[in-house]
Design a protein around this ligand. Sequence first.
Ligand SMILES: Nc1nc2c(ncn2[C@@H]2O[C@H](COP(=O)(O)OP(=O)(O)OP(=O)(O)O)[C@@H](O)[C@H]2O)c(=O)[nH]1
Ligand SMILES: [Mg+2]
Length: 209
Amino acid sequence: MSRRQKLKIVVIGDVGTGKSWFCHQFTHDTTPVKGYRQTIGVDYSSKQLFTASGTELCIELWDTAGQERFKSFVPQYFRDAHAVLVVFDSTKEHTYKSVPEWVAMFRDVYPTRPCVLVANKCDMVSHCFYETSRSTVESISRLQGFTSFHEVSALSGMNVDQTMRSAVAHILEHNRELTGSALRTDSMHNDERITLLSGGTVKKNGCAC
Ligand SMILES: Nc1nc2c(ncn2[C@@H]2O[C@H](COP(=O)(O)OP(=O)(O)OP(=O)(O)O)[C@@H](O)[C@H]2O)c(=O)[nH]1
Ligand SMILES: [Mg+2]
């Protein structure tokens, strides 16, 4: 049984919602020094994590372009993806309204694989469009079949790691054979109890596994 596993996670959502910042925050533990740089096609980065039982996980993040003209290319990056993160901007309702379309693209390819919903820019609390209807957004996300819903700030880093840890936990739960019996499956329903230790290795073009 392999003790190294690649986990491919594709990040999708409307233009400017903060997908690239989110990916950068996770893989580099900081925000990009430069401001907005529109993604053309797809960007790729990775980070190694370790489970408590010693399985090495290479988390590959595929950061797609949200621009309309690139939308039709996005499904080609879904091949062998273990999960998708759908990002919307918590200050722009129209980006939330596009969420069903984005998730449908992934479900067309993989109907049952984990889909995680992410509300970004939560540092701008006073501009949050759903501030008074948070429970509605949560219940809609459940109705749409998302495995979980997370509020993050790619600017401050708030909840970015927790979101990724949760996504990884969903993937491992969905694919228990990936990590073998050494992984305690009784902890799968609570991502807080899965100890993912950062390997500290950040590589732009892929990790060793
Ligand atoms: N306040 C705040 N601004 C953010 C946050 N994340 C991103 N931004 C801003 O939003 C802009 C767009 O972020 P990107 O990560 O480039 O957006 P994207 O979703 O990758 O956009 P495309 O690549 O064009 O699809 C950034 O230049 C930042 O100015 C956040 O968490 N909080
Ligand atoms: Mg981008």
